[in-house]
Design a protein around this ligand. Sequence first.
Ligand code: PAF
Length: 283
Amino acid sequence: MKVYTEKQQIVTAIDAFKAKKQTLGLVPTMGALHKGHLALVKKALENNDKVVVSIFVNPTQFDNKEDLVKYPRTLETDVNLLETLSKEHILVYAPAVEDVYEGNMVSETFDFDGLEFEMEGKFRIGHFDGVGTIVKRLFNIIKPDNAYFGEKDFQQLAIIKKLVEKHYIQVNIVPCPIYRETSGLAMSSRNTRLKPAYKEAAPVIYKTLKTAKRLFGTKSANTVSKWVEKQFDSHDLLKLEYFIIADATTLKTVQRKIKKKKYRAFIAVYADDIRLIDNIALN
Ligand code: PAF
């Protein structure tokens, strides 16, 4: 499998595929690949002639320096994993910061119609400007027909759809369902850093979401939110950062349920110093 570290080289390879009218999928990642990423790549392989997997820990989207430093970097293992899916149809783009940012490692400022001010945007200042910046750059370099994003980062997915709409980017965004460990814990590269006791405790997050979904059938959003907060109040290992029930389109916190609207619950929890997020469709 070819691993490209320089954009000029991957652009040349891509131009050759495009000249042959081959379709191109992009799976943007920050590496430390797990089964969730592989599910995205598999889907991309089904729908495209060639798939680019980008592996780049993007500094501008980290509001927390320590998280950036500790973020797992496992390029060799990642490439081995991808080779189990296809050696011929996957290209890896694993650039250095300089190749992507060309000496100007700053975020663009975006207007995502307010999506950026909810939930993650409140707790991770500048995060979505960083995500928007890197994803826009990747779209510019790779020019994919289809790009694949997981629903675990549901707000990110909504923001990327908005990015594409507002900047008239010619790419089809394909959402992919959350991939879970057998315990129910949503797969995340950060899970590898969980100490055993925290790993054992973390499935409570999804269990709580499932109960919240059941309760939401008969109770108000406020009652459900209070119930969830109470579950974590007395928890020894997990610290709730937020639990929010929001309109699935605007991502605004729901005040009063309206019949035809779609709602989703979002949660962020600290397990030691590791921040875990998850979400669930409520109706
Ligand atoms: O979801 C991620 O892994 C990252 O936010 C992304 C989309 C690869 C951008 O760096």
